[in-house]
Design a protein around this ligand. Structure first.
Ligand SMILES: Nc1ncnc2c1ncn2[C@@H]1O[C@H](COP(=O)(O)OP(=O)(O)O)[C@@H](O)[C@H]1O
Ligand SMILES: Cc1cn([C@H]2C[C@H](O)[C@@H](COP(=O)(O)O)O2)c(=O)[nH]c1=O
Length: 215
């Protein structure tokens, strides 16, 4: 039975790498996939991983009907044995419904990859719909780690190096960026305390506020 699978995790946990591996394994056996993405860091129409691999993809537009795109492609003699949708958190709820319809009405497997929650720990609408509709939700096996060594479960956004909890939901960016907007994955405890690696380091280095007087 074809499935809608949501591979989810924090930023930097290997989602795009897995998407590229699934694509490689299937295409090397003669299958042909339709690859969708949206706002990948590598630029328009790209699906890229931090391991350096990249492939061309269809850049999803606002209001694009993904089911209709597949039907058009097939009716023009194109093939689509499976569908990959990376950065699926950026898709609209309706577009996730359309992907579910691709599975049910066209009998095509759909593999969606994305982060579940944003920098405020709130669900992205696309990810929420995926959790609601997917046949399976798979959490990536490679654990991204918080600076404390615990499993990272949350995404923090930093502006000028300082963690923020307000702002637009979508700001394309990367981890390990100290410039304007950056991201860091944290465990829940440190996300709640707004303690990034930089602020933890600063706290460890700062002299005691009330130094003990020698008498
Ligand atoms: N230099 C490196 N050597 C080995 N693995 C790396 C290196 N850089 C990144 N990675 C791996 O790539 C993962 C990020 O992969 P990527 O597919 O870009 O993540 P995601 O799509 O989830 O944001 C990291 O968790 C790490 O395991
Ligand atoms: C947490 C968070 C992330 N984003 C953006 C930042 C990146 O461009 C992508 C995630 O990509 P990855 O391949 O999973 O690293 O999402 C955002 O726009 N808003 C957020 O709150």
């Amino acid at each position: 039975m074809p499935e809608l699978v949501f591979f989810s995790g924090t930023m930097d946990c290997g989602k795009s790498t897995l998407a590229l591996q699934i694509e490689h394994n299937r295409s090397s056996r003669g299958l042909q996939g339709m690859i969708f993405t949206r706002d990948d860091r590598a630029g328009e129409g790209k699906l890229s991983s931090r391991l350096g691999l990249v492939t061309d993809a269809v850049e999803v537009q606002d209001g694009q009907d993904l089911y209709a795109s597949l039907v058009d492609h097939l009716s023009q003699g194109g093939r689509a044995d499976y569908v990959i949708a990376d950065e699926a958190q950026f898709l609209a709820e309706e577009q996730i419904d359309q992907l579910a319809r691709v599975v049910d009405d066209l009998d095509i497997d759909v593999y969606a990859f994305g982060i579940t929650t944003d920098f405020r720990s709130k669900l992205f609408p696309g990810s929420q719909r995926l959790v609601e509709l997917a046949d399976r939700v798979e959490v990536l096996q490679v654990e991204a780690l918080c600076w404390c060594g615990a499993r990272a479960t949350h995404n923090a956004r930093t502006v000028g190096g300082v963690m923020v909890v307000e702002g637009a939901q979508v700001v394309v960016g990367d981890v390990d960026r100290a410039d304007t907007v950056g991201y860091e994955v944290l465990c829940r405890r440190h996300h709640r305390r707004r303690m990034t690696s930089a602020s933890a380091r600063a706290a460890a280095l700062s002299p005691d506020v009330l130094p003990v007087q020698q008498v």
